[in-house]
Design a protein around this ligand. Structure first.
Ligand code: ACM
Length: 265
């Protein structure tokens, strides 16, 4: 496959309204795209009061009763679109801020957010799966979640692992990610779809307003479409996979020219 149509779906979930949030998100998945990315914690909402509350809303991959996972699988199967989405994940007694990649054939890839943001540190366990990359929709897809954008090592690890596309479910609060992702894409020659949410949650005495601007960025760092900071919608971009070639100039290859012996790791 030489090109790939990717969608970043921007939603406005209501905390705890899992069924309505899943309905609204899946209704926005546009027909005919190869990969659609939904926001971080898209089914539950973001601002948990405690780890116990997060556990009570969490789902476990492989559990046939896991509601949002079942709906994602059915949508992928029925539409032929691979879906990436943020998941409040329970594994035994531990809760992770995770992302799943669900293919039309039922395959599920899992990533657990490595760089937890602010109060997430009191709710979730830090990710322990590294930065895995999955064959999907005719390419290789890597997952990272929201604040991982601020750590170039995350996108670099995915690219070094062979990802041509980064699916980036997000619940962004700070303004810098959309511009920064242009550089993450260019320096790794990967495409990225950042799917953010909008709306406000105030459940712990601190109001959080999520800033939208969901986007699809090409491997050359071009913003193919970026949404506004309010309102739901879908950003769509057609990715030329030939642009993921690492040759930057005739004498510079972004990966072969790396000098890990000179880096402070
Ligand atoms: C974030 O990582 N949800 C800001």
């Amino acid at each position: 496959m030489n090109s790939l149509t990717i969608a970043a779906v921007q939603t406005s979930p209501v905390f705890g309204e899992v069924r309505a949030n899943v309905d609204a998100a899946l209704a926005l998945v546009p027909p005919g795209c190869d990969l659609a990315v939904l926001p971080e914690l898209f089914a539950t909402g973001y601002q948990f009061r405690s780890a116990a509350e997060a556990l009570s809303l969490a789902e476990t991959p492989g559990d046939p009763d896991a509601y949002s996972l079942r709906r994602l699988a059915a949508c992928a199967r029925d539409t032929g679109t691979t879906l990436a989405a943020g998941l409040c994940e329970r594994r035994d007694g531990t809760v992770y801020n995770s992302a799943v990649l669900v293919g039309p054939d039922g395959t599920v890839g899992l990533y657990r957010k490595v760089h937890l943001f602010w109060d997430e540190k009191t709710i979730f366990a830090p990710g322990d799966l590294g930065f895995p990359v999955f064959p999907a929709c005719g390419t290789t897809v890597g997952l990272m979640v929201c604040f991982d954008w601020a750590f170039p090592e995350a996108a670099r690890s995915l690219a070094l692992g062979g990802a041509q596309v980064i699916a980036h479910p997000s619940n962004l609060l700070l303004p810098w990610c959309p511009e920064a992702m242009k550089t993450r894409c260019l320096e790794n020659r990967v495409a990225a779809a950042t799917a953010n949410r909008v709306g406000t949650e105030e459940r712990t005495g601190r109001a959080l307003t999520f800033n939208g601007l969901s986007q699809v960025v090409s491997p050359l760092g071009e913003v193919l479409q970026r949404l506004e900071g309010t309102g739901t919608g879908v950003a769509v971009g057609k990715i030329d996979l030939a642009q993921t070639d690492k040759l930057f100039t005739p004498r510079n290859d972004l990966f072969l020219d790396r000098r890990p012996d000179q880096y402070r790791l």
